[in-house]
Design a protein around this ligand. Structure first.
Ligand code: PMP
Ligand code: GLU
Length: 397
C-alpha cells in the first residue's frame, strides 16, 4: 500500500492535538489548566446566535453560492472599507470554512512546484504544511526575541530570489504577538512590488491589539501592493466563533476566481447558517468586541507579571493576539524525574504530566527555547496555571 508522498510529509497540527488532549483529560475528570490552543473562552455573543436562529427559522439551509451569500460578502466589503481603508467589491471576496481554509485555497491558487514561500519564524504552525500541500517550499525568515520578533528587512531581502512566489505576513502574530508597523510594511511592500511577489496577509488577530497600537493592512499601502495581496481574515478570534468555521479572503478578481474554482470542487459553500450569523458578527458586535479586548488586555498583564516572577522564566509583553512566548532557555538541561529537559517538547510533556498544565512547545512554531501560553482563558486559570508552572520549575534540578 503506497500513500501519497506529499501527504505523508505533512505533520499533524500540534496545537489542535494538545488542545484535544487537554480537553479529553478534563472530560475524564482531571483538573487540567489549558494554555494550549488559541480559542476564546467567551460564548459567541447573543446577537450572533440570534441571527443563526433566525436563519434556521427561515430555513436558510440550502446550498449557497460557492463564494458565500452576497449579503455577507457586501458586509465584508463594508468592514474592509471601514476598518482598513480597503475598497473591494463582493466579487473580490471568497468566504470559506475558516481562515485556515482561506489560506489553504490561496496557496493552492498561486503555487507551482518549486515555488518558494517566505515565512517569518516563529510562525503559525499550519503555514509551512499548507505551503508543502500546495507543492511549494517554505523558506524561513528568522526573527529574534531581542528585536521583539520584528522582521529585519535586510534579512528578508537576502532570501528573495527568482523562485520566491509569496511572503506570508501575520500581524498581529501568532505566536509572538508582534505587530508590524506602517514603516516596516511599506518596506516589505516595496520589495514585493519590485520583485513581483504575492503577499498573503493573515489579519485574523486584527481586533486583538493593545497599548494603543494600530493595525495596518499592507494592502492599504497602494494599488500595486493591493493587487499582489490576498487579505485573510475570519470570525473565529474576534467574535468567539471558532466552531462556526467562517473565514474569508479578499483579493483581485482574477485570484478569487481561481480560489473559488478550487473551493467549488472541494468543500462548496461554507455553512449557510454560519454565514448569516457572520453578518451579525461584522455589523452588530462593536461593544462585545471592545469588552473582550479589555478582558484579554487584563489577562495578558496578569500572565506576563506572573511568568516574569518565576525564577528561570521570562517573557516580553506582546502587543496583540492572545499568546505569550515564554523563554525557557535557563531551564533547559535541568532534570525532571532524573531525565534532562532537553527541549521545549520535553518541557511541555513534563509540565503536563507533573502539574496538568497544557502549553505548546516553541518547536511547533519553528523556535527552540520557548513555550507558547494562550491567555484566551480565565484569570482564575491563569493564576492557577502559573502557580503550577512555578512549582514545576522549582522542582527541577
Ligand atoms: N491564522 C492564524 C494566525 C491562526 O492562529 C488561526 C487559528 N486557528 C487561523 C489563521 C485560522 O483560524 P480559523 O480557521 O479558525 O478561522
Ligand atoms: N490558531 C489556534 C492556535 O494556534 C487554534 C488551533 C489551530 O487552528 O492551529 O492555537
Amino acid at each position: 500500500m503506497e500513500l501519497s508522498k506529499k501527504a505523508l510529509e505533512i505533520k499533524s497540527s500540534l496545537t489542535l492535538e494538545i488542545d484535544a488532549k487537554a480537553k479529553k483529560m478534563k472530560a475524564d475528570g482531571c483538573d487540567v489548566v489549558g494554555f494550549g490552543a488559541g480559542e476564546p473562552d467567551f460564548n459567541t455573543p447573543d446577537v450572533i446566535v440570534d441571527a443563526a436562529k433566525e436563519a434556521l427559522d427561515k430555513h436558510y439551509t440550502r446550498y449557497t453560492p460557492v463564494v458565500g451569500i452576497l449579503e455577507l460578502r457586501q458586509s465584508i466589503c463594508d468592514k474592509l472599507k471601514k476598518d482598513n481603508g480597503l475598497e473591494y467589491s463582493p466579487n473580490q471576496i471568497l468566504v470559506s470554512n475558516g481562515a485556515k481554509h482561506s489560506i489553504y485555497n490561496a496557496l493552492q491558487a498561486i503555487l507551482n512546484p518549486g515555488d518558494e514561500v517566505i515565512i517569518p519564524s516563529p510562525y503559525w504552525l499550519s503555514y509551512p504544511e499548507m505551503v508543502k500541500l500546495g507543492g511549494g517550499e517554505p523558506v524561513f525568515l528568522e526573527t529574534k526575541e531581542e528585536n521583539n520578533f520584528a522582521i529585519e528587512i535586510d534579512k528578508l531581502t537576502e532570501l528573495i530570489n527568482d523562485n520566491t512566489k509569496a511572503i506570508i505576513l501575520n500581524s498581529p502574530c501568532n505566536p509572538t504577538g508582534c505587530i508590524y508597523n506602517r514603516e516596516l510594511l511599506e518596506q516589505i511592500a516595496e520589495l514585493a512590488v519590485k520583485n513581483n511577489i504575492f503577499i498573503i496577509s493573515d489579519e485574523i488577530y486584527e481586533k486583538l491589539i493593545y497599548d494603543g497600537e494600530k493595525h495596518v493592512s499592507i494592502a492599504s499601502l497602494g494599488k500595486d501592493i493591493k493587487d499582489l495581496t490576498i487579505v485573510i481574515n475570519g470570525m473565529s478570534k474576534a467574535y468567539a466563533m471558532t466552531g462556526w468555521r467562517i473565514g474569508y479572503a479578499a483579493a483581485s478578481e482574477e485570484i478569487i476566481k481561481v480560489m473559488k474554482n478550487i473551493q467549488s470542487h472541494s468543500t462548496s459553500n461554507p455553512n449557510s447558517i454560519a454565514q448569516y450569523a457572520s453578518i451579525a458578527a461584522l455589523e452588530k458586535t462593536e461593544k462585545a468586541v471592545s469588552e473582550s479586548v479589555l478582558e484579554f488586555n487584563r489577562r495578558r498583564d496578569i500572565l506576563v507579571n506572573e511568568i516574569n516572577d518565576i525564577p528561570g522564566l521570562s517573557c516580553k509583553t506582546p502587543k496583540g493576539a492572545f499568546y505569550v512566548m515564554v523563554n525557557i532557555k535557563d531551564i533547559l538541561g535541568k532534570k525532571y524525574d532524573n531525565k534532562p529537559i532537553e527541549d521545549s517538547l520535553s518541557f511541555c510533556n513534563a509540565l503536563l504530566d507533573d502539574q496538568m498544565v497544557a502549553a505548546v512547545p516553541g518547536a511547533a512554531f519553528g523556535i527552540e527555547g520557548y513555550i507558547r501560553l494562550s491567555y484566551a482563558t480565565s484569570v482564575e486559570n491563569i493564576k492557577k496555571g502559573t502557580e503550577r508552572i512555578g512549582k514545576f520549575v522549582t522542582k527541577l534540578q
